[in-house]
Design a protein around this ligand. Structure first.
Ligand SMILES: [Zn+2]
Length: 66
């Protein structure tokens, strides 16, 4: 399984944000991270030899009722 091997700082996918998202070591595809700069949730789309791509995580606004 692909996972990062070291801490990385990847440019925030939010076009209004110039910050970087901290991607801790052992982050895997599908994990949700938070940008310290703008507070947005970002999803890890791919991990490839410590080259990580991120996308803004779309909140689907589903109501989970119990
Ligand atoms: Zn940001």
């Amino acid at each position: 399984m692909n996972a990062t091997t070291k801490d990385l700082y990847i440019a925030c996918p939010n076009p209004d944000c110039e910050g970087k998202v901290e991607v801790p070591a052992e982050t895997e595809v599908g994990e949700i991270l938070v940008c310290d700069e703008c507070g947005i949730d970002v999803e890890v789309m791919t991990v490839n030899n410590d080259d990580v791509s991120l996308e803004v995580f779309e909140d689907e606004e589903e109501d989970w009722e119990e």
